[in-house]
Design a protein around this ligand. Structure first.
Ligand code: SF4
Length: 951
């Protein structure tokens, strides 16, 4: 038992992947043939009834010589063929057992019905739609999929449950014992599965129609006892994901993304994703009622439990004759409701009552747990309620399920059967109880991080004492990263960027959720929120589609694209082995095979282009560099245009805009330089180098000076980049106001709300009506700085007053312009601005007095101030302060009392006061900021020391 518990609770017991798809395919064939034989036996079986004859010498299934009473009368029983008893008493309970113990991943890979539903795909006879490209006129055919927003896509849970309900009613009424009806029902179900396989691609039968799907969900989510964990697996083909076996024996994904999230790819992800959906409670509580109702009905019908436990219901071959006879027998009396109505009424009532009782109980438990365990997340409470429900219904089911056959075995076998089931289900609870969405997420991210560590090819063996990276648990992976000397700041950034990119590609996070979802990981790695935003910025520059909120990304889609890419790679490799043609010629020659592959994997023209560029690294670099280069001219012009005299009066705001453009340009040029460094002096590099050099960007000049590119780039490329161009960087004085406006409006599409607000402010200052009409679009923006600026532009009189009438924008702008907060990410500046206050002082008013406790960091916004340093008893040194400078920051850092007096020295002096705890929080959470503050302060101190030492 201890060994069993160990296997069950291991990180990834990996019991299943040792079976190859070929072996599973063989098992599917065997089971399917066996199932079809059972169906055939329902039509014709002259043999097995011998085993049930009352006088059979050894058969445990021989009819007993006892009276089984139904509604007060003994049933007369005849020897019967075993088909129905076998089907209901052994096959169906085995399926439930497999689901809880081995998980859906075994069941879905051996299920005969799922196998049969794939016949149309195997025969290449599936419904297709004709798609014509409006531009090129090219025609392609696409297989049909169930759309998630279609009626079926939204309601399939209810359809599956409804079918299950009909099936259980049908069992009691029509085909528990009537072999012909059961055979027809099974054949009808097989026909439906094949039909769905024709109408829809993927495993649509299993996902949207199969009545067993809710049962699979209940018993095998978040996973079976001996499940594999898809989210911590290093395999690309996980659990029961659709796959094919290639001629060389390797397996390849055949996923067409027919469902999202898909239980076959990662059951646990599917579970957490649907945990709070109303369908989940309906399925789980309703199912308990349905199963209770189903078994209790036998008692309500016969008036005793013998009828059920003897299995007589599976051999009443005249079952249809009782449809209109009384459906209930209680307290020795028949109740004259026909059985055909009594069955759906009973099962329906039990389902409805269980559902409502379940909802009420859930509410009570959640409210009790809130009082007693306030730290326990409601999702965990819900998960534990569902876990208990599954445990109860599993054991209840097996009190009845399989019992007619088990009851014929010796008593000690029955004890082992009962003990085995209770033990296995208890182990399942033990393993499932402590799972939580948070734990899943941490494991998932640690696994992504582990993959990035592998990519970095760091020497980790000396720290692992014979173990591999895959053996490390979530905490160990992060601890290892912390102690690895090779895991430098740059590698940490690379690894984190890789994790974010992968998580974005799979739709695991999006632009807005990434900050929160990856928070724990950042804490583990000591990565600040600003660094995260920087990573997003870089990814957005390299691949803007990645952050496009309108583009829905999913793991399933990613798997589909990878599957296609691998098939294409393989096709090209095979062709290259037998031909000397180049890549493009091979593509042309194999267009029909590629067309078939595209159809199989639903590949659009855009996806095809993207995948082709990834197949040939040069093409990928070329596409990326061209994309990056195309953005530069606009940014360069924009930067120049913003130097126009007509807007210089808004210098502080302009600095924010220009710095943002500069930063973007810097990111783009750095990415192009990376490509150039990889390509050295290839024709592509020469072409790119020439184009980049001709753009005359001073950012390029600065980057080449500040960073070690000269050592990394080929001399020829370097020559292109450094030779002066005829268009050398001169600020044109000729831009018209409309040109300025046009560029500012283009910047409004940026993701940075501070930049948007700053642009909007200047647009409104230049052309108030235009500013107003644009402001209307942003009045409900989620960022305070943009929302408030827009609202003020709509309410303030024209001509618009200066920046001090726009409180949040003003604070952000001045924070941005200050030395202290200059390189801080705009979103951090906005949150800092929200916590800071603006204070106004008149001439000679004291801002701080010597001896005051420093509670705020002060930033001079406008006006002037003087710091009076008390050097000796009668010697005072006065230093003037100007807008943008911070006051008394050393005392703030030391949390000490102010040693100097600061006096306002202009009629109106405005100060931005940042509470000291806000500043401390920032120092704690942002090591970069802390380092910058230290640098600034050391410089400040050196200056101060020099000034007092100078005569
Ligand atoms: S989403 Fe992919 S893996 Fe899942 S059932 Fe559909 S095709 Fe198969």
């Amino acid at each position: 038992m201890t060994k069993l518990m160990k296997i069950a609770t291991e990180k990834n017991p990996n019991m299943l992947p040792q079976f190859s798809e070929r072996q599973m395919h063989f098992s599917r064939w065997v089971l399917t043939v066996a199932w079809l034989l059972v169906i055939v036996s329902l039509f014709y079986d002259p043999w097995t009834s011998v085993l049930t004859a009352p006088n059979h010498p050894w058969s445990p299934l021989r009819l007993p010589n006892t009276c089984i009473q139904v509604q007060g009368k003994c049933l007369s029983e005849q020897p019967y063929p075993l088909g129905t008893t076998l089907f209901w008493g052994a096959i169906v309970p085995s399926a439930i057992f497999i689901l809880l113990v081995f998980g859906h991943e075994v069941w879905r890979r051996i299920c005969p019905l799922s196998f049969l539903s794939q016949i149309p795909r195997a025969l290449n006879k599936q419904r297709q739609f004709k798609r014509e490209n409006a531009k090129t006129g090219k025609v392609r055919y696409e297989l049909a999929k169930v759309k998630s927003d279609s009626w079926l896509g939204r309601n399939y849970h209810y359809i599956q449950f409804g079918w299950l309900f009909v099936g259980l009613c049908g069992r009691i009424l029509f085909f528990n014992a009537d072999r012909l009806v059961l055979a027809l029902w099974l054949l009808f179900t097989i026909a439906c599965a094949i039909g769905v396989g024709y109408f829809y691609a993927g495993k649509s039968w299993c996902q949207y129609f199969c009545p067993m799907a809710p049962v699979q969900k209940i018993y095998s989510e978040p996973g079976g006892l001996f499940r594999t964990k898809a989210h911590t697996s290093d395999q690309t083909i996980t659990q029961s994901m659709c796959r094919i076996t290639l001629p060389d024996g390797k397996e390849q994904s055949a996923c067409v993304a027919c469902q999202n999230p898909c239980i076959d790819i990662d059951a646990e992800r599917n579970y957490w994703d649907s945990l709070n959906k109303p369908t989940e409670s309906f399925l789980r509580y309703g199912y308990i009622g349905l199963v209770f109702g189903y078994f209790v009905y036998y008692y309500l019908y016969a008036g005793n439990w013998d009828y059920y436990f003897s299995g007589a219901w599976a051999r009443q071959t005249d079952q249809l004759a009782s449809l209109l006879s009384p459906g209930f027998y209680l307290f020795g009396q028949t109740i004259n409701i026909p059985k055909i109505l009594a069955v759906p009424l009973t099962l329906g009532a039990f389902t409805a009552v269980a559902y409502y009782l379940g909802k009420i109980a859930e509410k009570q438990i959640i409210s009790l747990s809130r009082q007693s365990f306030p730290n326990l997340h409601v999702d965990v409470v819900r998960h534990r309620i569902f876990t208990l429900c599954t445990y109860i219904i599993f054991n209840f089911f097996f009190i009845f399920g399989g019992r007619p056959i088990v009851a014929t075995l010796p008593v000690w076998v029955q004890y082992i059967y009962d003990l085995g089931l209770v033990s296995l289900s208890t182990l399942w609870v033990y393993k499932t109880w402590n799972r939580s969405p948070d734990l899943y997420s941490r494991e998932n991210l640690a696994n992504r991080f582990r993959k990035q560590l592998v990519k970095l090819q760091l020497n980790v063996s000396q720290y692992l004492e014979g173990r591999s990276l895959d053996d490390l648990n979530t905490h160990e992976v992060y601890i290892l990263a912390k102690v690895l000397p090779e895991f430098t700041k740059e590698n940490r950034h690379k690894a984190y960027k890789g994790v974010v990119q992968e998580a974005l590609e799979e739709g695991y996070v999006n632009y807005s959720s990434s900050l929160e979802v990856l928070q724990q990981m950042r804490l583990e790695l000591g990565i600040t929120d600003d660094e995260h935003r920087k990573v997003l910025e870089e990814l957005g520059i390299e691949n803007p589609e990645l952050l496009d909120p309108d583009r829905q990304r999913t793991l399933e889609n990613q798997i589909r694209l990878n599957g296609y890419r691998k098939s294409l790679e393989r096709l090209m490799l095979l062709q290259q082995q037998s031909s000397n043609e180049n890549f493009d010629q091979l593509l042309q020659q194999n267009s029909s095979e590629i067309g078939a592959l595209r159809q199989q994997y639903f590949i659009t023209s855009q996806e095809q282009e993207w995948i082709l560029s990834g197949l040939s690294p040069d093409a990928g670099d070329k596409r990326r560099a061209e994309f990056l280069l195309a953005q530069l001219p606009n940014l360069i012009t924009c930067y120049r245009v913003l130097n126009q005299p007509i807007i210089r009066q808004h210098q502080a705001v302009l600095t924010l805009i220009k710095e943002s453009i500069y930063h973007k340009e810097e990111l783009i040029i750095r990415s192009i330089l990376e490509i150039l460094a990889t390509q050295q002096n290839s024709p592509l590099a020469l072409k790119l180098g020439l184009s980049l050099g001709q753009m005359s960007s001073f950012v390029l000049v600065e980057l080449l000076e500040a960073e070690p590119w000269k050592q990394r780039l080929h001399p020829e490329i370097l020559r292109y980049l450094t030779q002066p161009s005829s268009e050398w960087n001169t600020c044109s004085l000729e831009s018209s106001p409309s040109e300025v406006l046009q560029h500012l409006e283009a910047l409004l599409g940026d993701q940075n709300p501070s930049l948007q607000a700053a642009c909007l402010y200047i647009i409104a200052q230049l052309e108030s009506e235009r500013g107003k009409s644009i402001a209307c679009q942003f009045t409900s923006d989620s960022s305070k700085v943009l929302r408030e600026t827009s609202e003020l532009l709509l309410s303030l009189p024209v001509p618009y007053p200066s920046l001090d009438s726009f409180p949040t924008l003003e604070k952000v702008v001045y924070l941005f312009n200050s030395d202290f907060f200059h390189r801080m990410h705009p979103e951090t500046l906005v949150s800092l601005a929200e916590r800071a206050d603006v204070k106004t002082y008149t001439q000679n008013q004291a801002i701080t007095e010597a001896g005051d406790t420093c509670r705020e960091l002060l930033l001079l916004l406008s006006g002037d101030a003087e710091i009076r340093y008390q050097l000796t008893d009668d010697e005072i040194r006065v230093e003037s302060l100007h807008p943008g400078q911070t006051l008394d920051e050393l005392d703030v850092l030391a949390h000490s009392q102010s040693r100097n007096t600061i006096i306002a020295s202009s009629p109106k002096t405005r100060i931005l006061a940042i509470p000291v705890h806000t500043f401390d929080d920032l120092l704690d959470s942002d090591s970069d900021f802390a380092r910058r503050v230290l640098e600034l302060e050391s410089r400040q101190l050196q200056r101060f020391m020099r000034s007092i030492n100078s005569p």
